[in-house]
Design a protein around this ligand. Structure first.
Ligand SMILES: *[C@@H]1O[C@H](CO)[C@@H](O)[C@H](O)[C@H]1NC(C)=O
Ligand SMILES: *[C@@H]1O[C@H](CO)[C@@H](O)[C@H](O)[C@H]1NC(C)=O
Ligand SMILES: *[C@@H]1O[C@H](CO)[C@@H](O)[C@H](O)[C@H]1NC(C)=O
Ligand SMILES: *[C@@H]1O[C@H](CO)[C@@H](O)[C@H](O)[C@H]1NC(C)=O
Length: 273
């Protein structure tokens, strides 16, 4: 992967940042020796009609086909769940994904922004639901369910590329569907800020079978029911991914974000050149 990236002029800057960081389950709220988080520290438009634009993303659980219309992520059989996870992190930012969701009961197309201490912001498109998309967030892995998940109407999400944008600052996060602001979550509204996502995060885009018969009943139910693989394959398409790392404003030219202590508050995050 790395040698591959060195040959790509357009991504030279990115390649410089992308060492061999692996996403261990090292939780910086529990340990002081977790690896630092590589910083994107810039704005970048990833054009996923070309495989070369995904070299700073790790692929798991299946193949991805790059075509002129976009990258195709397909679930054809049990255990398929093609996913791209960024090697770099953003420390607040703009994440814009132009995505045509996969159809099919129990099939889930996901856009996830997540940190090593389990702050998370996500969009979930349930294949059996052609009218609504879910937005959700978690702070410090707190899974207590009250009002975090919300459903938003969306026009024809499986038939066209929809622009799903999260704009995330230390004051609030905004969820946009195309040109429409559908949700604003102020910092204070997330358990007084304590559960507001605020740590260096990677971005993950993928499709998976939430309705796989081996999954927990609650997951299958949330995913809209059992997946019938005989009715597949089920394909999600992604055209562009536009990322702005707002951390570049506070920490210009930084290569890594570091948890300064175990609080996982944004104030504790440091950066190294
Ligand atoms: C990636 O996509 C961007 C935006 O379309 C383009 O400017 C850049 O040249 C591409 N880089 C590579 C390595 O293909
Ligand atoms: C899609 O989700 C919305 C919001 O939860 C719900 O009202 C609607 O019934 C769902 N549609 C289907 C087909 O499940
Ligand atoms: C996608 O939506 C966001 C939020 O409305 C907007 O800022 C951005 O310009 C849109 N992107 C394109 C390519 O239209
Ligand atoms: C988890 O979230 C719930 C709901 O916001 C909150 O009442 C609880 O205090 C949170 N727990 C922790 C450990 O932050």
């Amino acid at each position: 992967m790395l040698s591959n990236m060195r040959t790509i002029g357009g991504l030279a800057l990115l390649a410089g940042l992308a060492a061999a960081q692996t996403f261990t389950d090292c939780n910086p709220m529990e340990r002081d020796d977790c690896p630092p988080c590589e910083a994107l520290n810039m704005d970048y438009n990833f054009d996923w009609t070309h495989a070369s634009n995904s070299t700073t993303w790790d692929r798991t659980n299946g193949n991805i086909l790059y075509e002129d219309t976009g990258a195709k992520f397909t679930v054809a059989k049990q255990k398929d769940g093609p996913t791209l996870t960024s090697q770099w992190h953003i420390m607040f930012g703009h994440v814009e994904v132009h995505l045509k969701a996969a159809p099919g009961q129990g099939i889930v197309s996901s856009i996830v922004i997540q940190s090593d201490n389990l702050d998370e912001i996500d969009w979930e498109l349930i294949g059996g639901n052609t009218t609504h998309v879910q937005s959700n967030y978690f702070g410090k892995g707190n899974q207590t369910t009250y009002d975090r998940a919300e459903w938003h109407p969306v026009d024809n999400p499986m038939g066209r590329f929809v622009n799903y944008t999260v704009d995330w600052t230390k004051e609030r996060m905004e969820f946009w569907i195309d040109a429409q602001l559908v949700r604003t979550l102020p910092y204070e509204a997330a358990n007084g800020g304590k559960n507001f996502p605020q740590t260096p995060s990677f971005v993950r885009v993928g499709v998976w079978a939430g309705g796989d018969p081996d999954n927990q009943p609650g997951v299958i139910e949330w995913a809209g029911g059992l997946t019938d693989y005989s009715k597949g394959p089920y394909t999600m398409e992604v055209k562009d991914v536009v990322i702005r790392d707002y951390g570049a404003r506070d920490f210009p030219d930084s290569k890594e974000y570091i948890f300064g202590d175990r609080t996982a508050s944004w104030q504790s995050i440091e950066a190294t050149p």
